[in-house]
Design a protein around this ligand. Structure first.
Ligand code: AMP
Ligand code: GLY
Length: 430
């Protein structure tokens, strides 16, 4: 098979690494890829937003399966275009990708489906939004409707923060058209979990739970990032609870999508808040989480390619997801300053020493913002590496991952030192 993977992050290196292990695959292209994906296949200089060029490339290269990693091409309609050209594409249609691309669409589907989520109101008029905030009281969460590169959500604890978010989104248009409408919702209290499943129509094949760490600094402080680390399984959502979440969240949403004539296929990712009143959905994504994908794929003891191909064709019948019993934990090494301004071009070394720390397959350094330059690996983005370890339990996986982090040499490197701690605390509390 010939596969085209789209994207350039740590998730895409993990996908490329897994796909390249498949005996079914004889050619893997990654557009545009990074320094890590170049080790698994051939990078192609086409950006994830260049849909016409991606389709032309896939046709010319006789690609058998397209795997979009990030949300942007999905929301722009890559699957519809590829399928029109007769090429299976692992992801939802443009209509179904609105579950991620429009917070308002997702809220309306959840309301139709009876899925638990924060109470909300929709606004396009700033004066009305401000009056609502003043009447309602804080805390409140203000969300731009459209894609805003992970920056479109403000958890406001004070009235001035909330009013400023409304002004920035609806008046100053800092997110452009993505902020033409906003959602203002109740702030939920609890611990977050990431739950992903392969979905096709109304069939569901769940992955185990994971937990992301969005804030930049230890103890969940500092600005929100795309994710500073993740692990799987997450004790906050044990395996035994997953069937309940499928019935509560996944099946009702898939049913509504099918009833609307737009059955969902691909990965449905529910960002959950585990509240005292049970799980509530914070958001949907329509792709693998990054960095959750890295530990999840470390645990997957199966060939991913036939699963994605069958899912792309609309069926999960007869498929299984054998998983390692071990725990996987990923620490993101970022550039100092990320998610704000940060330096680039730092030389990276120590990856092979890190991977040699344990038996093969136990430590893997996934690359995100990296590129090869004069035979060396240098940083080219804010999130640079995802140092991932697989071990017998969460504490062991954390210890091994941080031993591996200590082998990496790079100037201006920033990482959190507490990835996994919420889970360890929960396990200790029994
Ligand atoms: P989202 O992109 O909707 O997942 O929001 C990004 C982050 O904002 C989430 O991971 C949560 O940490 C936080 N968040 C979003 N919605 C809420 C909410 N209703 N209550 C509390 N925190 C929220
Ligand atoms: N890790 C969160 C996300 O992928 O959206």
């Amino acid at each position: 098979m010939r596969i085209l993977l789209i994207g350039s992050g740590g998730r895409e290196h993990a996908l490329a690494w897994k796909i390249s292990q498949s005996s079914l695959v004889n050619k893997l292209f990654i557009a545009p890829g990074n320094g890590g994906t170049a080790l698994c296949g051939e990078n192609v200089p086409i950006k994830e937003s260049e849909l016409t060029a991606l389709v032309k490339f896939a046709i010319d290269q006789k690609v058998d399966l397209v795997v979009p990693g990030p949300e942007l091409p999905l929301v722009l309609g890559i699957c519809d275009l590829m399928e029109k050209a007769g090429i299976p594409c692992f992801g939802p249609s443009q209509y179904a990708a609105q579950l991620e691309g429009s917070k308002i669409f997702a809220k309306e589907v959840m309301r139709d489906a009876g899925v638990p989520t924060a109470d909300f109101e929709i606004f396009e008029d700033a004066a009305k939004a401000k009056a609502y905030i003043q009447a309602k009281g804080l805390p409140l969460v203000i969300k731009a409707d459209g894609l805003a590169a992970g920056k479109g959500v403000v958890v406001a604890r004070t009235e001035s923060e909330a009013l400023r978010a409304v002004e920035q989104m609806l008046e100053q248009k800092i997110f452009g058209d993505a902020g033409n409408r906003i959602v203002i919702e109740e702030a939920l209290i609890g611990e977050e979990a990431s739950f992903m499943a392969f979905c096709a129509g109304e069939e569901v094949l769940p992955l185990p739970s994971a937990q992301d760490h969005k804030p930049a600094f230890d103890n969940d402080t500092g600005p929100n990032t795309g994710g500073m680390g993740a692990y799987s399984p997450a004790p906050v959502l044990p395996d035994a609870e997953i069937p309940k979440v499928i019935d509560l969240v996944m099946r009702p949403v898939l049913k509504v999508m099918a009833e609307r004539g737009h059955p969902f296929k691909g990965i449905l990712y529910a960002g959950l808040m585990m509240t005292a009143a049970g799980p509530k959905v914070l958001e949907f994504n329509t792709r693998f989480g990054d960095p959750e994908c890295q530990p999840l794929l470390m645990r997957l003891d199966a060939d991913l390619v036939p699963i994605m191909l069958s899912c792309a064709k609309g069926s999960l019948k007869g498929l299984e997801l054998p998983l390692s019993e071990l725990t996987a934990l990923c620490v993101v090494a970022a550039a100092k300053g990320y998610p704000g301004d940060y330096p680039k071009g730092m030389e990276i070394s120590g990856i092979s020493e890190a991977e040699a720390l344990a038996a093969p397959g136990r430590v893997k350094v996934f690359q995100a913002g990296t590129k090869a330059q004069n035979g060396k690996s240098v940083s080219s983005g804010g999130r640079i590496l995802g140092i991932t370890a697989l071990a017998a339990g969460l504490e062991e996986a954390k210890a091994l991952a941080y031993q591996a982090v200590a082998k990496i040499r790079m100037e201006n490197m920033h990482f959190r030192t507490d990835i996994g701690d919420k889970g360890i605390k929960r396990l200790k509390a029994g």
